[in-house]
Write a protein that binds this ligand. Sequence first.
Ligand SMILES: NC(=O)c1ccc[n+]([C@@H]2O[C@H](COP(=O)([O-])OP(=O)(O)OC[C@H]3O[C@@H](n4cnc5c(N)ncnc54)[C@H](OP(=O)(O)O)[C@@H]3O)[C@@H](O)[C@H]2O)c1
Length: 301
Amino acid sequence: MRVVVLGGTGQVGLALVPLLRQENEVVAPSRADLDLAQPGAQARVERLAPDLVVNAAAWTDVDAAERDEPGCLAVNAAGAGAVARACARLDAPLVHLSTDFVFSGELGRPYREDDATGPVNAYGRAKLAGEREVERAGATAFLLRTSWVYSLGRPSFVSRMIERARHAEELVAPDDQVGSPTSASALAEAIAALVRSLGPNPRARAARSAGLYHLAGRGAASRYELTCAIVEVLGARPGIRATRVRAAPATSFVTGAVRPRATALDCSRAERALGLLLPPWRSALDQVLAGARSSGHSGVA
Ligand SMILES: NC(=O)c1ccc[n+]([C@@H]2O[C@H](COP(=O)([O-])OP(=O)(O)OC[C@H]3O[C@@H](n4cnc5c(N)ncnc54)[C@H](OP(=O)(O)O)[C@@H]3O)[C@@H](O)[C@H]2O)c1
């Protein structure tokens, strides 16, 4: 079938496109070809005549979103709506990615899909508005909320910490921000499995299982624990200076946006209803860092 992937140059998109290409005709327009913030995005998606769309495109710079909330909304809310309306008109299932940052982080346990939302920053508000646009469009949509996505190819918390580990003996990370670290490639494999499970004529099967799901690395970690794991794995390698990690409160870091305190995701609905389960965050991290070791990717060696 013909699958359109938006955000094909992003962390998730880069991992997903080759997987989908194994079994599908994949069209992955660049931002220059199909800018979600521009009028006409809906018509452009419709002209591509997809059987299924994966929208992994988003404004993901959380700090910059505070400085330009309308710009962020144009991509993450209006753009998401344009894609979803195109899918509704074409009767093409949509896989749309959203975020743990739609939550306030104050619940005290991992979030389930029906827990109350309450974003604390502009990015979270825009992504939540995007979810509502997708729901309003009436498309058959898998709305997948994920969390703390990382890869070595594009900027992420993990890639930034690896870079710092090359220059500093001590890394500092917040121990009061908790999430579910998610490997972009593990998430891409799960999305590819979802697409495969829908078969060559995805409409009918998608209609039976579409909905809101949490899909993230299993378990939870603070940014401090995540950084400790990075240093533990990479610490002995040539080119890495970091030997220790110091915990500090999030308020001691100067950032443009506040982050929610604890937004680990309970992913049991996706396991029950879709048979999708990501690996535990720590084993996925080990695997990604092992890949970096053998390929020399990201300059970690
Ligand atoms: N990163 C995270 O920690 C995280 C956490 C939870 C949820 N998510 C969600 O997961 C999805 C994938 O995230 P990611 O980490 O893969 O993102 P990413 O690496 O930042 O990539 C974003 C992608 O969106 C494209 N894009 C940005 N603005 C666009 C526009 N106006 N029109 C068309 N394309 C545009 C980018 O194109 P360029 O290459 O041209 O910039 C890039 O391909 C997003 O929906 C994000 O909100 C991410």
